[in-house]
Design a protein around this ligand. Sequence first.
Ligand SMILES: Nc1ncnc2c1ncn2[C@@H]1O[C@H](COP(=O)(O)OP(=O)(O)OP(=O)(O)O)[C@@H](O)[C@H]1O
Length: 241
Amino acid sequence: MVNSTPAVDVRGLRVTRGGRPVLDGIDLVVERGSVTGLLGPSGCGKTTLLRSVVGVQRIEAGEVRVLGLPAGAPALRDRVGYVTQAPSVYADLSVLANLRYFAEVLGAPKADPERVLEEVGLREHAKDLVGQLSGGQRARVSLAAALLGAPELLVLDEPTVGLDPVLRQELWQLFHRLAAGGATLIVSSHVMDEAARCTALLLMREGRLLAHDTPQALLDATGAADIEAAFLALVAGEGAR
Ligand SMILES: Nc1ncnc2c1ncn2[C@@H]1O[C@H](COP(=O)(O)OP(=O)(O)OP(=O)(O)O)[C@@H](O)[C@H]1O
C-alpha cells in the first residue's frame, strides 16, 4: 500500500527568536519521495524552519507533523536524519569509529557504517581522524551519519557549502538515488543555482514562503530565465501588491 501521509505537514507555523518573529505563519506540505530545495537569502529563516521540522525548535503557534506524527516525537528518532550546518561528529575519532558509534546508538544494522561510507565517497578515509579531514570531507561524515538506518526523511541544512563542483554533483546524484529508493529530502541552500537539481522548491524570504512549486513551474509563472530571476520577480510582485 502506498503511504499517502505527507512527509511533512506544517500549518500556521510561527516562531520567535531573540524577541523577533522569525517564521511568520508558514503553511507547507512536502510529499514523500521529493527532493525539495529550501532556498532564500541568509537569515530568512531556513534553519529555523528545518529545526521546527526535526522538532528541536520551540514554536509559538501552529502545528508541524512529520511522517504523520508530531515533529520531534520519539518514534521519529530513527526515521528522520538531520544534518546541521556545524559538523556534529567527533573530531578525535576516526571516520569509521564515528559511524560505528552512531550506528550503535541508533540500533542501525551492523553493515550500515560501511554502506554509508561508500555512499558519501569516503571509503579511503575510513581510518582518518575526523579532525584531520578537510571541511568538505567532514561535512560528508555528518551526512554519512545521517544516512545510518536509512531514514525516511532527510533534513539537510546547506550540505553542499564549501564543496567543489564535482563533489556537489555527486552529492546531488546521491540525493536523487535516495529519493528514488523512497526517501524524502529537504535540502536548504542559499545558492540559487542548486535549484534546478530539485523536484520541488520552497522559496523563502523574511520568514515567509514566497512560493512552493517545481522549478519549471516557477520559471513559467514568472517568465524568468533562471530561479534567481524568478525569486527576484516574486519579491518585486510582493512589493507591488
Ligand atoms: N539562537 C538565536 N537567537 C536569536 N535569534 C536567532 C537565533 N538563531 C537565529 N536567529 C535569528 O533568526 C533569523 C533566521 O535565522 P536562520 O538561521 O533560520 O536563517 P537562515 O535562513 O538559515 O540563514 P543562513 O542561510 O545564513 O543559515 C535570523 O534573523 C537570525 O538572526
